[in-house]
Write a protein that binds this ligand. Structure first.
Ligand SMILES: N[C@@H](CCC(=O)N[C@@H](CS)C(=O)NCC(=O)O)C(=O)O
Length: 267
């Protein structure tokens, strides 16, 4: 049996739920939502299963696996009789992995920075101070901890914001170029690369940033195509986002500053 530790709006959890639902694999849900700054939401012993203390975490017949992109690859191998989301040609498989690698090469960290600068800093200002202190004490990822301190303090003036927006502008432009050539990121077939990256379109859109890539027609059409799939509804829409209204409000307030940083990205 499969158990997924996750919560509604996490991009990393969304991609795993997308993989599970596309493949029609049954799974049990355990919600672990520490993201409002409350580490006590973690079940006892969670760090033993995932030393970073983050979600998603998949447990399959006693085997615990963190890291969303690795979970997607694992599902491909452990459930070969279900819908295959990995191309068969070696070049396309390598292309798929190249796209997925970008997530761990900076995209996910950049997404966190943008989120903290725009909205989480307000969420954390409202949070219980002693819980927040404990939350950061238990945060094992030093980069995440250091970045958060700067981003909470400086918000839209954080020096980390422009590099993060640069990462996203380049990612979206590169995806648009690829999607002008092939229907999906790794070639002719929908794959775990598409699943892995679409969640950032969802996330950046939740910050009201979509006008910034209005010119990227192939990217927009690809996003619409994925949103129309039933797995997107069950894995993303139906789980919702308890912070959606806050993201929208703070995204609107930040838009002009975000736009000017986005437009200042060197070509
Ligand atoms: N590289 C990890 C990143 C996981 C991650 O960043 N998880 C976030 C949600 S997207 C989390 O657990 N957040 C909890 C918190 O902020 O307290 C993966 O791909 O699974």
């Amino acid at each position: 049996m499969l158990t997924l530790y996750h919560y509604d709006r996490s991009t990393a959890a969304q991609r795993v739920r997308l993989g599970l639902d596309e493949k029609k694999i049954e799974w049990n849900s355990v919600i672990v939502d520490t993201a409002m700054g409350d580490a006590s939401k973690r079940p006892d012993g969670f760090h033993k299963l995932n030393p970073k203390g983050l979600i998603p975490l998949l447990v399959h017949d006693g085997f615990a696996l963190p890291e969303s992109t690795l979970i997607l690859e694992y599902l491909e191998e452990a459930f070969p009789d279900h819908l295959c989301l990995t191309p068969s040609a070696p070049q396309e498989r390598a292309t798929m992995r190249l796209w997925m690698r970008r997530i761990d090469d900076g995209v996910h960290v950049a997404s966190r920075t943008i989120g903290v600068c725009i909205v989480n800093r307000f969420i954390y200002k409202e949070a219980d101070k002693s819980k927040l202190k404990d939350y950061y004490k238990k945060m094992r990822d030093q980069t995440r901890k250091n970045n958060d301190q700067i981003n909470i303090e400086l918000g839209l003036d954080s020096p980390l914001l422009k590099p993060s927006l640069t990462t996203f502008r380049r990612l979206f432009e590169d995806m648009d170029k690829q999607l002008a050539l092939t229907p999906w990121l790794s070639g002719d077939d929908y794959s775990i690369a598409d699943i892995s990256l679409v969640v950032y379109l969802t996330r950046m859109t939740s910050f009201q940033m979509a006008p910034l890539w209005q010119n990227l027609n192939h990217l927009r059409a690809w996003f619409d195509k994925i949103k129309a799939r039933s797995a997107y509804k069950t894995a993303v829409d139906d789980w919702g986002d308890v912070t959606a209204k806050k993201r929208q409000k703070e995204g609107q307030a930040a838009f002009e500053q975000i736009k000017s940083l986005w437009e200042s990205v060197e070509k």
